[in-house]
Design a protein around this ligand. Sequence first.
Ligand code: HEM
Ligand code: HEM
Length: 463
Amino acid sequence: MKIIDSSPGSTSRRFILSGAIWFLAATAVGLLAATELVAPEIVKQKNLIFPRIRPIHVNTNVFGFLSMLLVGAVIYAVCRLCQAELWSERLGNWTMWLWNLAVVTGMISLSMGYTQSHEYAEYDWAIDVMIVVALLLLTYNLLQTLKRRKEQLLYVTNWYVVGALAATLVVYVIGNVMWKPANGALAGMTDAEWAWFYAHNIFGTWITPLSLGLCYFWIPRETDTPLYSHLLSMIGFWPYFAFYLQVGTHHLIEAPAPAWLKLIAEINSVALLIPVFAFLTNQWMTLRGNWWKIPDNIVLKFLFAGTVFYFLTSTEGSLLALPSVERITHFTDWVVGHSHLGLLGFSGFIACGAGYGALREMHGRIWSERLAHLQYWLMLVGIIGFTLVLDDAGSIQGHAWRNGEVVYRVLPELMQDYILRAILGCFIVTGAAIQVYNFYKTTCPQISPADERDARQSAEVAS
Ligand code: HEM
Ligand code: HEM
């Protein structure tokens, strides 16, 4: 294996494989975190205590699993839409290694206790620099590819990719307060406003637009149907970026942030339903007449589930941003449920489906479709179960605390939900392990299980 491979498709394939490996690593750490919340005494090692592994779980999921799998799939989609190869596979490979280095360094340094202590911005300054450089290299490579495109039409997937890269570069540098390398922080309430501007936007300008762009690419492609409406894709795109950048303060409704800032965040959070429903209508109307294809087509199956989870997360999110609702749900596991529904249910399912789609087209088939369907069901049971148990735990906490109950008296009531979360986590970790194996076997020049069966049968007949 060449460390820097310049063959066509190598950057995309390697980003996708890296994303799959990080999915397994991050969920295994999540499972350990969930187990520690049930049995804190099981871990004696300082590097593995909950406050250290929680940020490892979160950041490895966001920057390892989702970012790398989505970027790999996006590179594939942009090249197909441009009818061109990636401008520089060598540069792409360097970018991929740099990105992996950032995630590995992040895991090690967080386990050693080096953290900037802002959610989703825990990575130290040196790692922030690696991520920003990797983003710049990726942006340059993709813009050069777009410039040399043979197909003149700039399809909507490309808008989302360019929008995501441009906005994330700004959001990442500002949000991590990178001009203050020592702690990446401002002071007082401004620091909290800054931090939440960043935190929600890392989903709003990075993870979500890449996921939406991939739906625009794969759903029409797999159904062999033109996109339902160009107008709806414009309504889904422009208001999305216009509203999203203002929503960060909805995390601070229970904090002493200025009232006008909270109001702006609340209004924009509800207004976001306009682009969300424009996007969903567009995708589901494209699927009209093609529903029968979903159960057997693993790419459509993952993507369609992702759109349903997008509907659920966004509708729930707009409600969570209302002060009357947040008064109960804030500081509870309901929010953790919402996070998993969005990141695993919506973007995780889309990333996995798009990864399978890209690898299937690159290698002519998926090594085992059966295993891919098994992975889908394991993840589906896992995420639906997660949502139910975390919402249950959240409503117990929210109502108890509202009634003046003290925290330690509520904890025993949460235990059954926490045990169930750990059990359901095993489903998701198994799904992630299947994905690593299936992706790896798909990319190896080997025969599929069906071919192996045929070969065995022919050998038996011959003997
Ligand atoms: C219309 C769309 C959405 C709205 C209005 C919305 C709203 C909210 C609100 C109000 C909270 C804070 C709740 C609290 O702290 O009390 C929240 C948390 C969160 N949301 Fe969303 N959400 C939306 C979509 C999404 C999507 C699509 C994702 C994932 C891709 C997502 C990921 C998260 C995460 C990870 C948190 C937890 C942040 C934390 O406290 O660590 N949201 N959302
Ligand atoms: C085996 C599967 C998983 C398990 C067992 C698990 C478990 C956990 C646990 C125990 C926490 C800490 C909750 C707390 O502080 O009370 C957490 C937080 C979080 N996890 Fe996971 N997780 C899993 C999969 C995932 C995946 C696949 C993603 C993203 C794609 C993800 C994203 C997050 C995020 C963003 C948070 C922070 C939530 C917040 O503060 O609102 N997790 N997870």
